[in-house]
Design a protein around this ligand. Structure first.
Ligand code: KG4
Ligand code: ZN
Length: 337
């Protein structure tokens, strides 16, 4: 049996565990238990409920990995960024395993995990431009290597994915909003004129709160916001603007890169919202225009999962980057990688 790393992810509302082969990156086992149904009644993630559900789900998945315990060489866990009470659940399980099985402990940054979802079961390529669009973050990154990942832009307020969740909530469409708003948008016409955020600025930054507010004002204007055709048209208008905003900032990023002779030739889109097909189409067009190769994660690994955490952990393991059980802490927010 190959040498394996067991990885744990619990940064938000997905409990997930994976087993990754150290030499080949092969994904030997992966399971995730999502909490979407439980949170949908509240229109968003309730941290305490999420934490309790992780405490139930993680041991259930862990049980299935027991036959592989003899092959484990390390235990990895997401410790930043995320919801503190849910990160703690995964970290506690990881620390217990590390102690009980006498294995080194590896702390993994969740955003680095999303980046490495591009390299599941394969070698990584660098340098790389990245658009990270999740429920917690919207970022443009320049990744030079495993160690050197620079944040070039981030959101001044809400994230791209979160703005979909909020629009779905305002229209009583359920949670998570991303896939629901996308499917409504497909059926609608973008007839509402909504503002494209930071349109006149060359500043590399994102903002979604103004757009979200504009959606709210349109909802307040109508008598019946539950009308399906109104909802579809508003979702189409919102999605068009939100993507146009991402694309305007990506264009600046691509232009700057094209002027750099040592610039990246690969561009990755990662995070839960990278599953959005309209966004994928737009990015592909831009990549083709600038002669850059587009990298995407398989759809099932766009949202949170432990496979991507295990993939990062293999790199850390090879560099012997281990954490001490007593001093490993959770960090809800990060400013650097
Ligand atoms: O990466 P992820 O699973 O969790 C975080 O790390 O935050 O991303 C979840 C986010 C949610 O906000 C969800 O609504 C959004 O990704 N999302 C989408 C789509 N699928 C998921 N947003 C837009 N379009 C989608 N198809
Ligand atoms: Zn995530």
């Amino acid at each position: 049996m190959q040498d394996l790393i067991l990885s744990i992810e619990s940064s938000c509302d997905d409990s997930s565990i994976a087993l990754t082969a150290i030499d080949t990156y092969e994904l030997i086992f992966h399971q995730k238990i999502s909490q979407e149904t439980e949170h949908s009644a509240f229109g968003g993630v309730v941290p305490e409920l999420a934490s309790r559900l992780h405490a139930e789900s993680l041991p259930l998945i862990l049980e299935k990995t027991k036959p592989y315990f003899k092959s484990l060489k390390a235990v990895a866990v997401t410790n930043e960024p995320g919801l503190n009470v849910t990160l703690l659940e995964g970290v506690m399980v990881a620390k217990t395993l590390s102690y009980a099985l006498n294995l080194p402990l590896i702390a993994v940054n969740h955003l680095k995990g999303h980046l490495y979802s591009l390299f599941l079961q394969k070698e990584a390529v660098f340098p790389l431009g990245v658009l990270l669009v999740s429920g917690g973050h919207t970022m443009l990154l320049e990744a030079e290597s495993f160690e050197k990942i620079n944040i070039k832009a981030q959101s001044l307020d809400d994230s791209f994915g979160e703005s979909f969740d909020k629009v779905a909530k305002m229209l009583s469409l359920g949670y998570p909003g991303g896939p629901i708003v996308e499917s409504f948008a497909k059926k609608g016409t973008a007839r509402f004129e909504l503002p494209i955020p930071l349109r006149s600025k060359r500043q590399l930054a994102f903002s979604f709160s103004g757009l979200k507010n504009a959606v709210r004002l349109e909802i307040e204007k109508v008598e019946n916001s539950l009308n399906k055709s109104f909802q579809a048209d508003l979702c189409a208008s919102f999605q068009k603007c939100a993507i146009a905003h991402l694309m305007q900032k990506c264009k600046i990023f691509f232009e700057e890169n094209a002027r750099n002779t040592k610039g990246w030739k690969y561009f990755g889109v990662v995070g839960g919202a990278s599953a959005n097909l309209a966004l994928r189409e737009n990015i592909l067009e831009m990549c083709n225009f600038y002669d850059v190769k587009l990298l995407l994660a398989p759809l099932e690994f766009c949202s949170d999962n432990a496979a991507m955490i295990g993939r990062v952990a293999v790199e850390s393991y090879k560099r012997e980057e281990f954490s001490v059980i007593d001093s490993l802490q959770t960090r809800p927010r990060i400013d650097t990688f």
